[in-house]
Design a protein around this ligand. Sequence first.
Ligand SMILES: Nc1ncnc2c1ncn2[C@@H]1O[C@H](COP(=O)(O)OP(=O)(O)O)[C@@H](O)[C@H]1O
Ligand SMILES: [Mg+2]
Length: 267
Amino acid sequence: MPDNPWDNTALHLHGVDLDRGDVAVLRGLDWVVRPAERWVVLGPNGCGKTTLVQLASGYLHPTRGTVHILGERLGRTDVRSLRRRIAVVSASISRMLVPHLSAREVVVSAATGALEPWWDSYSGEQRGRAARLLADAGFGHVSDRPYGLLSEGERQQVLLARALMSEPELVLMDEPCAGLDMGGRERLLQSLARFARQEGAPPAVMVTHHVEEVPSGFTHAFVMKEGRCLAQGRIGQVLRSEVLSACFELPLELHHDGDRWWSRASS
Ligand SMILES: Nc1ncnc2c1ncn2[C@@H]1O[C@H](COP(=O)(O)OP(=O)(O)O)[C@@H](O)[C@H]1O
Ligand SMILES: [Mg+2]
């Protein structure tokens, strides 16, 4: 047994409440994410998904309860060094990137955890890895283009490559498919499925509103409503019509073909 029972968990939330001002944003959350697991977090707008990602990345602290991230307890650890072990793909990270940097620069700069590249500090191996990550996703052709001029779909691929560049111990993604057209979404889901299949890939959490965006190979689901957890566990047990209907307050039918999910209002 490890000294600390949370040493080998990626995330452990126990009895977590989070208030922002007088708004009760998260309520009574208990959640364990283990090393080989890839979770989707599903729930309607405003239910607390982004807040949960901010908590899981050490940017917010719980008002009550305890949060362990990669074995470290929030409030008792240096969050700056903890954050270096975590990769976040989110609209707020995208906004912080300098638009005139090339896609390749955006990716390689993750090697030092910086938002802008320090060219002298990258090894040939790191540069090669950045180029490979973009090429593996099928986006090698955008390497030299300024990030600010890329399409939404290309940007999300660059952000994912950037996330993997830092060899993180935990990957957190907040609505990576938002705003993508169907081709962009499917290409990103292919990259995420490839990531999920890789041996030794880090644990991951991906927020979405849509079951159509659950990548193949994701193993668990955490369904939220009004700051609380409505259901959680293995994806095949949690993603059911009754659960989604209760979550979105509408009779929904859910379909599944062994690999992907889709849903529509019951007729
Ligand atoms: N800084 C804040 N102060 C007060 N309320 C906030 C703050 N940030 C978020 N909220 C509220 O918390 C709730 C959850 O927000 P969020 O986590 O962004 O939801 P989601 O990502 O699921 O759409 C919303 O009702 C939102 O208005
Ligand atoms: Mg959100």
